[in-house]
Design a protein around this ligand. Structure first.
Ligand SMILES: N[C@@H](CCC(=O)N[C@@H](CS)C(=O)NCC(=O)O)C(=O)O
Length: 259
């Protein structure tokens, strides 16, 4: 059986789980202890020590997009990618925007609200920036969706499983799609799918004990990876001091140096 290294709140993991569930592929899950370096099996599956990472027999795959490609290649039906090259390029570009732009905004809100990297005026300012950015990307997604039922066209697919974790997390954090918008209708349509219901149920379950997280961060027992677009979000949105504090307290990390 496939084994997925995961955490139920990770939007990248949620993309992969949605594809597995929509395709009806059985899989088991394990939450790796990233702080302790993960198991040897996890480290061998993803040298970056990030989730998601997938094991299929002798095959080890990391990175949500590459895992989605692998699943599509090996289990082509039901197809998550549309059939024409232009439509395929379109949903991949939507995925790219969600993975490298939208995701960072949601991640930053967790850093501030749950991990308490900032409080008071700084927190308020950063959350206001996040709200403006979400309004911007939701407007863009509204244009992409246009009059279609799904980002994939007439059926749920790659575009939808890429957008859902992002728009849903923003809504959960108090920034839902505009009332009466096509994006709002789309979110309601996707939320009731059995695959999305499963993903949301395990995400909700994983949130117990979250009130302990600020203490774990402050004590240096919990370290989060700041890389790429996430690091950029902090720097450009006014959180440079958060990055410097995290480096000084060693409760942030950058990506693993490969050997
Ligand atoms: N590009 C990767 C990104 C994966 C990623 O950043 N995962 C986060 C969880 S959402 C992670 O594992 N971070 C490790 C850490 O914070 O130590 C993908 O698409 O899979």
């Amino acid at each position: 059986m496939l084994k997925l290294f995961e955490h139920p709140l990770s939007p990248y993991v949620q993309k992969v789980k949605l594809a597995l569930l929509e395709k009806g592929i059985p899989f088991e899950t394990e939450i790796p202890d990233i702080l302790a370096g993960g198991s040897a099996e996890f480290a061998a599956t993803n040298p970056r020590l990030e989730i998601p990472a997938l094991i299929d027999g002798d095959v080890k795959v990391f990175d949500s997009t590459i895992i989605l490609e692998y699943l599509e290649d090996k289990w082509p039906t039901p197809a998550m990618l549309p059939s024409s090259p232009a439509e395929r390029a379109c949903v991949r570009m939507i995925e790219e925007l969600c993975d490298t732009y939208y995701e960072a905004v949601n991640w930053a809100m967790y850093e501030i609200r749950v991990f308490k990297r900032a409080t008071g005026d700084l927190a308020e300012m950063l959350l206001a920036r996040a709200g403006e950015q979400i309004a911007g990307i939701n407007t863009r997604l509204e244009r992409e969706l246009a009059a279609r039922q799904y980002f994939n066209g007439t059926a749920f697919g790659w575009g939808d499983l890429s957008v859902f974790p992002a728009v849903n997390a923003a809504a959960f954090n108090g920034f839902p799609p505009a009332a009466g918008s096509a994006l709002e209708g789309w979110l309601e349509r996707v939320r009731v799918r059995p695959s999305a219901q499963k993903v949301l149920a395990s995400a909700a379950e994983s949130m117990t004990g979250f009130d302990m997280l600020p203490q774990l961060i402050a004590s240096g027992h919990f370290v989060r990876e700041y890389r790429d677009h996430r690091l950029e979000w902090m720097m450009r949105s006014g959180g440079a001091q958060i990055v410097l504090d995290g480096m000084a307290k060693q409760n942030i990390r950058f990506s693993v140096e490969l050997s």
